[in-house]
Write a protein that binds this ligand. Sequence first.
Ligand code: FES
Length: 103
Amino acid sequence: MFLCPASDVPLNGCKRHARGRAGALALFNLDGRFLALDDRCSHGDASLSGGDIDDGVIFCPLHAGGFDIASGAPVHPPCDEPVRAYTVVERDGGLWLESDPEH
Ligand code: FES
């Protein structure tokens, strides 16, 4: 599934990518490595793409819970449930979701 041009995701930043009923993704560019998580925080109704990134962790803008961007694992309270992580492939200047069996 094509997501967007790689250049749309700022270096060491994040971009929200809407997918309709499938829910939005938070796309990350960590030193040129592209990663994706479900954009919705597992702790509440917040968009992770609006949070701050520090050392491979995205901090939720609502209660500052943290998730490892590579795995989606919770690494900072109050979050204790993971968010889903996806494999993103960069090809021909674009970003693609490698596999998304649920959608
Ligand atoms: S909603 Fe994200 S930490 Fe609470």
